[in-house]
Structures are given as C-alpha cells and as structure tokens.
Design a protein around this ligand. Structure first.
Ligand SMILES: *Cc1c(COP(=O)(O)O)cnc(C)c1O
Length: 387
C-alpha cells in the first residue's frame, strides 16, 4: 500500500486504469462514528475478515486506526498475521479455529485468539511463558448456531481452567446469533438466555461480545460491552434492520476497453450466447468473474455508462464482459460503474447480490485481489493499494 503525501484527484489516478475499486474514507469514518453513537459506551470492534469484505484490509485498517479504533476482528490467524505484516498495531482478535501448533505465532505477534480446547490453552500458556509474554484468550459459547464454539458447560469449564494457566489471560467471552437479520429473530431470545447462563458464572471476564451488525442495530440487550460489526461499517444495512444513517463506502468501476458494431444475428462472447436482434453497438468492460463479477450475471446484469443503465449481453468471461450500448454515444476509456453511482443512476451491492442469488456479504467479499483499491476523501486519493 502506498500513501500519497499529496492527494491526487480520482480522475487523474484512474485515467489509465482498466478497473479499480474506490473506497470513500469519509463514508467509512462516518459509519464508524454512527455505529459508535448507536452503541454508546460499548466498544465497536470492526470485522475486517476476507480482506475487509473486499475493501482491502490494509487500507481499511489505516482508516480505522486513524479513526481511533482499539481492536478489530478477523476469522483466521493467517489474516491476523498478514495485518501485523502490514504494520497494523491495534489489537486483533481471531474468531475461528486455531491449532495448538500456531501458539508461537499467536504470542509473538500479540494476537488474541478464540480457544476451544485445553490443548490450545496449554500450548498458548507454555508459549507465552517461554516468550515472557501473555496470550489473550476469548471463549466462544455456542448458543445454538452450531458453528464454532463450546456448549455452555464446556465453555464455563474451559474459561475457568484457562484462568489458572500461567501465561494465559481470559480477555473475552462471546457468542454469535443465528437469526440476526431474519424477520423473526425471536431465537435470539433463547440464545441470549443461554449466553447469560454462562455469563453469570464468568462475570470476571472483561470483554463480552455477542452482536453482529444486525443484532447491534436491532437488540440493545445484546450489545454488552463490545459489538462486532462488519457489513454495517461498509454501509450496508442487513435485511429487517433499521438504518441509523449509514453511507455506502465502496464503488467498483472500469473503463470501456472497446466499442464495436455487432450486426443483426451475430453473437458475442463464449458460446455466442447472445445474438444481436438488430444491428447493435456493444462495449467491452474489463472486469470478469476472476474479479468477483459473477458469471451468472451474463445476459442478466446491468452496469452504468454515461449515467445510463446498460444491459450485459453474452457470457461473463474470466477477465471481461460485454454490454449493449446501442443508441448511446460511448468511446474507449469511458467510465463504467458496476457498483456505485454515476449521474443520477446508481447500482448497489445489494442489487448485484440479489441478481446473483446471494447476499451483499458474498458480493463484496468476492471482489478479486487484482483490482487496485483507491482510498479517497471527496474524490482526492490518499492511499492506493495494488497499483
Ligand atoms: C462475520 C462475522 C461478524 C460480522 O457480521 P456482520 O453481519 O457483517 O456485521 C461478526 N461475528 C462473527 C463471528 C462473524 O463471523
């Protein structure tokens, strides 16, 4: 990642780029402040797994550290180590499974981890003692999602055991809701009750977190003293969830690579799966399924060119796809918006997700790493990653 000491206009930085992602620093900071305002005294733990939901973990961490974030969460130790390698200094919590053999890295790079067995706790303690350090451990209670974690009584036993192991500090207790953004989220009541039964005996654990974005926005009683927020930080409101005034953060853009004429009856792209019904003008857009623009969008999706919605035609290739621009005046190098706004039109990540039969989480997390990320404030680029 590169920090521009003199910010440069987006138009200038992108003038010779085939495709790029724009991350709006002001919007992300505003979302962080808005969510902090919602939860009051609780700590907002941004979830930055999966390359910060496609936004680019290095750039996002720089923004968050600038905004005063204390701690972030990732799924895997490998993600935490990559962040440390990029110079991230804030606390990092690993939410998912680790092996005892990973203890040396956990301790050396001061990562807090979720421990699920005595073997893991013992390995962490031994390593922390060897390195004259402390291993921060979180215990996850499985309250009904049946994903990672321990049942209530096993979680209580492990927490109390870990408390006695030299070199180990039990920092956190957490759980995760199954039906956070369902119309009927009443199962959260059962999970809450089960979590409380663990919490009652483990009230000595300092950091308690149970809410993701939807839960923190819908259920005040599940905010405890910390919340883990991913999608809301990136400006997307989960279904059935009130919007506290979040702003979209990410845009995916490209520049037209070729404009060509396709005569009536001729086809485009693999399989010639679309044939021009009349003499047509088409534009080639240099983003493909390798970049996360799903193949199932072929012949169905749209993009914005010149402030107009244009229909994708033919199959999406690994690196590019084609759109129908018949009747429009488009030239090579014109800007194409795949996610974001242009003129009075916009296309959201939620719309793209819906078209591909998935959710915005998958659409964003699937954005490929070969697309450069540009971090800007009001159109002035401050950070670039992947250029
Ligand atoms: C991904 C994840 C989150 C963040 O969820 P959002 O819905 O994006 O806020 C929180 N907690 C856990 C355990 C997760 O896996």
């Amino acid at each position: 990642m590169q920090v521009l000491t003199a910010p440069r206009p987006l138009a200038e930085v992108t003038s010779a780029l085939n495709h790029w992602i724009e991350v709006d620093i002001d919007a992300m900071e505003a979302n962080f402040r808005t969510l902090q305002g919602v939860v009051g005294a609780s700590e907002v733990i941004p979830v930055v797994k999966a390359n910060a939901y496609g936004h680019g973990a290095a750039g996002v961490l720089r923004i968050l550290e600038g905004a005063g974030v204390y701690r972030v969460a990732v799924a895997w130790l490998s993600e935490a180590l990559a962040l440390r390698e990029q110079g991230v200094r804030c606390q990092i919590v690993v939410l998912e499974h680790i092996f005892p053999a990973q203890a040396p890295d956990v301790v050396r790079f001061r990562i807090a981890v979720t421990a699920h067995s005595r073997e893991v706790v013992d390995a962490l303690g031994a390593e922390a003692v060897r390195q004259s350090s402390v291993a921060n451990v979180h215990i996850k209670v499985d309250t009904g999602l049946h994903r990672f974690g321990l049942g209530v009584s096993d979680a209580m036993d492990l927490a109390e055991y870990a408390r006695t192991v030299p070199g180990v500090f039990v920092q956190g207790l957490w759980t995760h809701m199954a039906n956070a953004d369902e119309v009927d989220d009443s199962f959260s009541d059962e999970q809450e009750a089960m979590f409380h039964s663990a919490l009652r005996r483990l009230s000595w654990i300092p950091v308690v977190h149970a809410a993701n974005s939807a839960t923190l926005l819908r259920r005040e009683g599940l905010r405890f003293n910390a919340v883990r927020t991913g999608i809301a930080l990136y400006g997307i409101i989960p279904e059935n969830t009130p919007d506290p005034g979040l702003q979209p953060v990410l845009s995916l853009k490209a520049r037209v690579a070729r404009v060509s004429v396709v005569e009536a009856g001729e086809g485009v792209s693999y399989g010639l799966a679309w044939r021009a019904p009349v003499d047509s003008l088409v534009a080639l857009v240099p983003v493909g399924y390798a970049d996360g623009w799903r193949r199932s969008l072929g012949n169905r999706g749209t993009v914005l060119i010149g402030g107009r919605r244009c229909r994708m035609v033919g199959r999406v290739c690994m690196d590019q796809f084609i759109v129908d621009i018949t009747g429009l005046s488009v030239t090579e190098g014109d800007e194409v918006v795949l996610i974001g706004s242009q003129g009075n039109e916009s296309q959201t990540a939620e719309e793209v997700a819906e078209l591909t039969g998935t959710i915005a989480w998958e659409t964003l997390a699937g954005l490929g790493s070969r697309v450069p990320r540009l971090y800007h404030r009001g159109g002035m680029v401050e950070l670039v990653d992947g250029l």
